[in-house]
Design a protein around this ligand. Structure first.
Ligand code: ASP
Ligand code: MG
Length: 407
């Protein structure tokens, strides 16, 4: 007998029929003898509808009141799901975030969970009930309702699993797991049986939007095994867990990519201590996130060049900041390109293997793809290429590392 926390997203509870199907699925686990805590999102489209409603009342809704409003979406689903289970003879009880004391800070609309009082949940479980908790919401120490940011139900589920020391946290969604890359780009992309927290963070932060990133960080921190599964198809899904030292790790687990990149280059900056801070400081001060940074020394050695990447939405703003900085510093020239993308190979197996990067570069060269920037970490090699090469590049890499075959 296991204790399982299951989270069902908006599309999985998007209609009365789907809520009924979720009820039956949960009851299947109960019948096998497992204790089940269910976390649900609002019915699909509901949170968007509530936000629109608020904006129809005023352009800048008060954040506290917005949370009071948004929390109603999940409150409706917990009640409906419990009705469905009770009606089928399975005792179930619903709780809002406030009722089970999901304590958060007071940052309305993006609150962070600080503590969970699990006693009430444990008592119900010991009485044979299924406990259904509203995702995405909590309460601060003053009793105000808070919400955790879009997609926050994933984090509720993981936090509950950590607090209750659950055996597994299962995230049911509309895909059947985490793939080697986006199947819309590579049709023979393969579902991964397992992936490490670290790899998942790299994959997620670069566009594989299966899970809220914060929930993966949370799961890694508290060592909660996380499983992504399809709500209405059978299958083992993908287990996200710690690196298993006893297992041979695949060299590459997946290919992440990011379409929304832009790069800016400053040429001929006088090479003196402090120039990097003077170039990039104002960009950071403007709250623009910088991803890759490359610095080069000129042949004469008296000037240096910088190239860095930012999100495409920040390109114009970053460009005007850099133009002003370049003038101040007496730099020779500023140039930029907002038609670039980043492609990354991700795999913990890279730690113990050399030659990954050169295989990658050769594969891209064979397709005539010019690499504009390179950066590496222990478990990742990223390249920046022209936007038009994204699909070709990802497919070439998927092929050369044979990611369609289980290793
Ligand atoms: N209902 C919230 C949202 O749409 C939270 C969630 O679905 O996880 O963002
Ligand atoms: Mg969601």
């Amino acid at each position: 007998m296991a204790l399982i926390v299951q989270k069902y997203g908006g599309t999985s509870v998007g209609s009365p029929e789907r809520i009924a199907a979720v009820a039956e699925k949960v009851m299947g686990y109960r019948q096998r003898g497992d204790d089940v805590v269910v976390v649900v999102s609002a019915m699909s489209g509901e949170t968007d509808r509530l936000i629109k409603l608020a904006k129809a009342i005023c352009t800048n809704p008060d954040p506290r009141e917005l949370d009071v409003l948004l929390a109603t979406g999940e409150q409706a689903t917990i009640a409906l799901l419990c009705m469905a289970m009770n009606d089928r003879g399975c005792p179930a009880r619903s709780y809002t975030g406030q009722q089970v004391q999901i304590l958060t800070d007071s940052a309305f609309n993006k609150a962070r969970i600080q503590d969970i009082e699990g006693a009430r949940v444990r008592k119900d479980l010991s009485e044979g009930k299924v406990v259904v908790v509203a995702g995405f919401q909590g309460v601060d120490e003053l009793g105000n309702i808070t919400t955790l940011g879009r997609g926050g139900s994933d984090t509720t589920a993981v936090a509950l699993a950590a607090a209750l020391k659950a055996d597994e946290c299962q995230i049911y969604t509309d895909v059947d797991g985490v793939y080697t890359t986006d199947p819309r780009v590579v049709p023979n992309a393969r579902r991964l049986d397992r992936i490490t927290f670290e790899e998942m963070l790299e994959m997620a932060s670069q566009g594989s939007k299966v899970l809220q990133i914060r929930s993966v960080e949370f799961a890694g921190k508290y060592n909660v095994p996380l499983r992504v599964l399809h709500s209405f198809q059978e299958g083992a899904g993908t287990l996200i867990t710690y690196e298993d030292e006893s297992m041979e790790n695949p060299l590459i687990s997946g290919i992440a990519f990011n379409r929304d990149e832009a790069k800016i280059t400053v040429l001929g900056v006088p090479d003196q201590p402090g120039v990097a801070a003077r170039v990039l400081g104002p960009v950071a001060d403007a709250n623009i996130e910088v991803d890759m940074i490359v610095q080069n020394i000129s042949p004469a050695g008296d000037t240096t060049d910088f190239t860095f990447t930012v999100h495409r939405n920040d390109y114009d703003k970053a460009m005007s900041i850099i133009q002003a900085v370049a003038k101040d510093l007496g730099a020779r020239e500023v140039s930029g390109d907002n038609k670039i993308v980043k492609i990354s190979l991700v795999g913990v197996g890279m730690r113990s293997h050399a030659g990954i990067a050169s295989t990658m570069f050769k594969a891209l060269a064979n397709e005539g793809i010019n690499i504009r920037m390179i950066s590496t970490s222990e478990i990742k090699v990223s390249v920046v290429v022209d936007e038009k090469y994204l699909e070709l590049g990802v497919r070439a890499l998927h092929d050369v590392f044979q990611l369609d075959k289980a290793s």
